[in-house]
Design a protein around this ligand. Sequence first.
Ligand code: NDP
Length: 445
Amino acid sequence: MTSYRHKVMQQVIDMNPAEPEFHQAVREVLDSLKPVIEKHEKEYRSSQLLERLVEPERSVSFRVPWTDDRGRVHIQRGFRVQFNSALGPYKGGLRFHPTVNRSCMNFLAFEQTFKNALTGLSMGGGKGGSNFDPHGKSDREVMAFCQSFMTELYKYIGPNEDVPAGDIGVGGREIGYLYGQYKRLTNQFEGTLTGKGLGWGGSLVRTEATGYGVCYLAQEMLKTHGMGLSGMKVVISGSGNVAIYAAQKAIQLGATVVAMSDSNGYIYDPSGIDVDMIKQIKEVERARLAVYPKRVPGSTYMDGRKSFEVPCDIAFPCAIQNELEINDAIDLVQNGCKAVVEGANMPTTREATDYLLKEGILFLPGKASNAGGVAVSGLEMSQNSMRIKHSFEHVDNQLQGIMSGIWTQISDAVDEYDLGSNYVDGANIAAFRRVVKAMREQGYV
Ligand code: NDP
């Protein structure tokens, strides 16, 4: 008889053909859940539990017309996938990137459900975005796109319904334009988006939260294995929101960050990357990393190459899905890397993950290690509901507590199921337990 897991996996493939990222994300979770599913198979089968878990509750796609500075009309596709609301209102970012398609949205929304569960807060899983590329666009063009996008999206979101945030290509500027249009359409000033400006409902630490959280969880794992970030050589991929604040916190904790990248290449700075300079280049000037060596003597730029080839103790992949491939994993192992902590969502291919685990590299999956961003978004939602604003220290302490709670849940699952140091399975099992308990208690919906 085909196992229940395999039957559900086949159904996902049949119902969502040509969605390789979604298949990859579901397969990883179902494989991790093998011991739990086998223990409860009869009950899960009779309630179609896994079938419900892999099917989004709602998924919309819509046309987004906008006009560029030369008056030319462009048409983009917008998405919002509301995957699972067992634990609370849908919550998850918006991504503006040319690779956005249905597969990418389904994979991210599915992953988000488990990530949000790990935070312990009341948030379901969702994700959205568009194949719009903000690179090289003027502020007016970005505003025009955001306003058109929100003119459709606002019908599906709300503070108790679905609360989007930023992701790749959606930072403070885009959230501002999106919120402005939401407010204009609804006449409501409410906490429907997170990552808002600090002067109008945003939470302190939200900007830093994902990157800081990556380091906090890395520290918990390293501590368990008798190590710490202090004195470690760190390589990061990406130079966006997650990468910048992971670098900043790693340096504060005593590490040296020797490499960072963007989609064109990477910079290597053996004496330690100047994060303020990266911020200036990427956040203020919106320029390419290639200019860094012109401003920081002693550093080099490697065009068209990945930062994982630089020897390091710890790698933080913080750019995009499937960027860390098997050859990169082999480089990391050969160069003596001890740990890989994912800052991005599913940045490591399945083949590379399996290889790293087999080689005994400590590995934290993004759904656990990058959960700090959505956790502070959850705290932004509660501050908005109460119309209060917490201090930086207060929110940072809460973030540290949440990351430490995630580590406890993973450790408990790993111990209970005798998984050694397989924190991928530990995170999936811990998250699944919370989601499934709520789904069972809420009936067949
Ligand atoms: P940003 O848009 O701020 O930065 C993305 C970074 O990745 C940029 O440096 C970009 O380079 C680089 N990049 C994009 N595509 C590629 C590619 N094909 N190869 C190499 N580098 C690439 O996004 P975020 O930092 O917000 O997000 C990064 C990752 O973290 C994503 O997977 C996201 O889903 C995840 N994440 C983000 C959270 C958040 O709070 N922001 C929360 C949880 C997860 P370039 O400048 O050249 O485009």
